[in-house]
Design a protein around this ligand. Structure first.
Ligand code: SF4
Length: 69
């Protein structure tokens, strides 16, 4: 389980900000992936939660803001 559900309906990625393979795996399984603008891309794998427009960085990880994940 890679996510922690938050009370506002969003969810926090439990892999932190350095689980590159985990973030790529999650995005590969997600129908909602939307590539962010070029300046915001951080992962080599294009399809990664770390490169997704729906992620909002926190201090140690990110939150997925897409409704329903
Ligand atoms: S950040 Fe959210 S919407 Fe984007 S690929 Fe990951 S799980 Fe899907």
């Amino acid at each position: 389980m890679m996510w922690s559900a938050l009370t506002d309906g969003t969810r926090r990625f439990l892999g932190g900000n350095g689980d590159w393979s985990g973030a790529a795996r999650e995005a590969a399984q997600c129908v909602g992936f939307l590539e962010d603008v070029e300046d915001e891309l951080v992962a080599d794998e294009t399809r990664s939660c770390y490169n997704c427009r729906y992620r909002r960085w926190t201090e140690s990880s990110f939150i997925c803001l897409r409704p329903g994940g």
